[in-house]
Ligand binder design. Sequence first.
Ligand SMILES: [Zn+2]
Ligand SMILES: [Zn+2]
Length: 378
Amino acid sequence: MTYNLNSNVIYIKVTVLKLHLYIQYLKNNRMKAAVFKGMNLPLEIREVPTPFPRGDEILIRVASTGICHSDLHLINGELIGPLPEGFIIGHEIAGWVEEFASNVKNPYELRKGDPVLVSWIVPCGICKYCASGKENYCKQNASKMVGIIGINGGHAEYVSVPEIAVIPLGKKIDPYYSSPIACAYGTAYNALKSAKATSGKSVVIIGAGGVGSAAIQLANAMGLNPIIAVDIIQSKLEKAKELGATHAINALADDSRAKILEILEEGADIVYETKPNPDLKLSLEVVKAGGSIVVTGLGGFTNIAEIPITLFVSKGITLIGSLGYRPRIDLPELVSLASSGKIDTKKLVTHVYEPERINEAYENLKKGIHIRAVVKWN
Ligand SMILES: [Zn+2]
Ligand SMILES: [Zn+2]
């Protein structure tokens, strides 16, 4: 009895000490973050407690976080409904390992300071989707996605995430320019693979923003030909050619349908519509019989596309929706492509912002000024 009493006292003392240390940690460890204020933009740059890694989490010192179009849908409540006040967005993250929580298994044998990517998709690892390699459709997505729902994101100096979402970046790529692998490239890569993109197939890429430009680089690396880029902003089309597009069509200046069919009489094997609000109009007109259309833009709840059914059926079109990427499959493959120079993330990142200019970055995103922009946090 005495023994039990003593052990209880020791347990309580240890718990109080842990709590005390945790409170001290929160007091001493503050970081800069862009915080959602509860009403669209602007985000507020302010000091908040540095997250404390718990359970299976790894604390990451953030190098850069991408400015993604999906953030605009997220911020205005169109993606998953209203965001909680105080939430930190930013789902395209690269940085360095800072600290491991006690239950981390560390399968990649990461050490403090190692460069890593953070996946916004956090697979549970055990559901039927995860078990069958479709972890982008993991049931856990409904409650946990880094910088989107349930887990604060990377628009901050530090982010703490479950280790399953942490993928090694290797030493050959610069973390300041590689965050787009964790959304733009991942999304484009999984979409192209979903559409069975292989060497020699033709592809039309509609929209030459971040995801579209990543898709152009990847299509080039995968040997697709021709690669026809369509956009309405001339500077993006110039960039598309630099990234590997064989043709660039301005949909405002030209009849893009006619131009594409001049190049590909029967239409394209694959049409990848990368627009944030896909409408499928041009895609359905320029895909060849038996071809595939793939879309990844999340649009918003109100985004509806109309499909002329006779055209759809008579051409035997395959329409593919593709969400994000498979973090443990696609991200290591992309790191390998970037490490070997087959894709160049530095060419995609056209703008680097300091945290204090993050709202300007989102305003410039709306104006179509960037290919991909990142915010540099450390
Ligand atoms: Zn994104
Ligand atoms: Zn799962």
